[in-house]
Write a protein that binds this ligand. Structure first.
Ligand SMILES: N[C@@H](CCC(=O)N[C@@H](CS)C(=O)NCC(=O)O)C(=O)O
Length: 204
């Protein structure tokens, strides 16, 4: 297998972190999005959506979408379980994972793409009002996660899961690109961030 990756982007990091939690190593090829290395006929033939991460399977097929890739890895390497164990755990992991992926990550990405200098490489026609609206939404969602993390150790409950990976990659992407910082008063989110950032997989 081969993972098409870009170290500076949040979605490929989700997959790298997931692999690290599983103790699985897959060779990677870097696709520099800022330099437009994904916008080639060769890459488009692999993935018409021209996104990373993208997993090339041993039979020559291409699997896109971070969660699809992680689910495939989970099937191949069930331990430790990162999508939950019981029906209820799996449902709650799914719920929180989707909320991180669809409520926070797009808001952070919008603040980055429309509100930072480097974001221009991906969004040549930046809309400043969209950057502001995205930032406002990201802060609202961070506040919700802060409240949730006030009464549990990890996002979906007592166990670390893919929901934590997606939340961490979203929060860090905002901070690392200067698009959005976690406000100091979100103490529970900060406590959780310190804990998950200390996991060896966070370096992936
Ligand atoms: N839903 C996809 C999103 C993938 C995605 O948006 N990847 C970004 C990098 S984080 C990308 O490839 N962007 C290229 C572009 O916007 O041109 C997933 O979960 O993998």
């Amino acid at each position: 297998m081969l993972l098409y990756d870009y170290r500076a982007a949040p979605n490929p990091r989700r997959v790298r972190m997931f692999l690290a939690e599983k103790g699985v190593t897959i060779p990677t090829e870097q696709i520099n999005l800022i330099k437009g290395q994904h916008r080639t006929a060769e890459y488009m033939a692999r993935d018409p959506f021209i996104r990373v991460p993208l997993l090339e399977l041993d039979n020559g097929e291409y699997l896109g979408e971070s969660v699809a890739i992680c689910r495939y890895i989970e099937e191949l390497h069930p331990a430790p379980p990162l999508f939950g164990r019981t029906a209820q755990e799996r449902a709650f992991v799914e719920m929180w994972s989707r909320r991180a992926e669809f409520e926070l990550l797009p808001a952070v990405a919008g603040a980055f793409r429309h509100g930072t200098e480097i974001g221009k490489a991906l969004e040549p026609n930046q809309i400043p009002a969209l950057a502001e609206a995205s930032k406002t939404r990201a802060l609202q969602v961070m506040k919700i996660f802060d409240a949730v993390l006030g009464d549990r150790r990890f996002v979906a409950g007592p166990d670390f899961s893919i929901a934590d990976i997606t939340l961490l990659c979203s929060v860090d992407f905002g901070a690392n690109t200067g698009a959005i910082q976690t406000p100091d008063d979100l103490q529970h989110l900060k406590r959780w961030h310190g804990e998950v950032s200390a996991r060896p997989s966070a370096k992936a």
